[in-house]
Design a protein around this ligand. Sequence first.
Ligand code: DC
Length: 231
Amino acid sequence: MSPRPFIVAIDGPAGAGKSTVSKLLARRLGFALVDTGAIYRCVALMASREGIAFDDDAKLGELLGRVRIHFQVVGEENHVFLGTEDVSGEIRTPAISMGASQVSGRPVVRAGLLALQRRLALETEAGAILEGRDIGTVVFPDADAKFFLAADPEVRARRRFEELFQKGVDSSLEAVLTDQTQRDAADSERTVAPLKAADDAVRVDSSSMPLSDVVRTLEQEIERRRAARGG
Ligand code: DC
């Protein structure tokens, strides 16, 4: 039997640099990238399109059975597909961000998405990087390498604002910060799988560190652990 793919868990709050760092690392290592936030966003998008309230557990539970998600690298970007539809842009609007935060607080949604997240990672060949909030604590408590990325709230909001600006999404730094504060509170205070560093996660604060240095730090740690595991 071939060994389980090498699993890397990268958790942390919005704007800590998880997406950029995960994307660069996945490319350098030849690993698949599973953006678990995008999965919660797809559930929120489906609910919103179908007029389902973000706290309607019965309807959300039924919807989960119909979620068909896959990731595909298009050019430099990791795109998200719902069925055959590329929803990468649509899941990033402020309304869907808030919706994702809300549906992710519903235990029925978290439980219903566990198997999907694990399958997307385990069906890869060399390894997978999973980025999210509870990867090292709940989805893969036995991940081969675990990281918790942090950064000051103002730094995170500025990064998110610049990212949205580059994508042509109309917003303001103030609005992004307000939205982020609300999501941070909801994600950290919920009772199921709150945003929390695993005890054995390596913590990296990227507030005053260029993201290229963050990538190097994580890559060195991953290579050390791969060597210890024997590949
Ligand atoms: O990382 P993101 O901003 O795309 O995540 C969208 C929302 O999904 C965020 O508010 C928290 C939630 N989420 C979660 O609860 N657990 C995860 N593993 C990933 C995201």
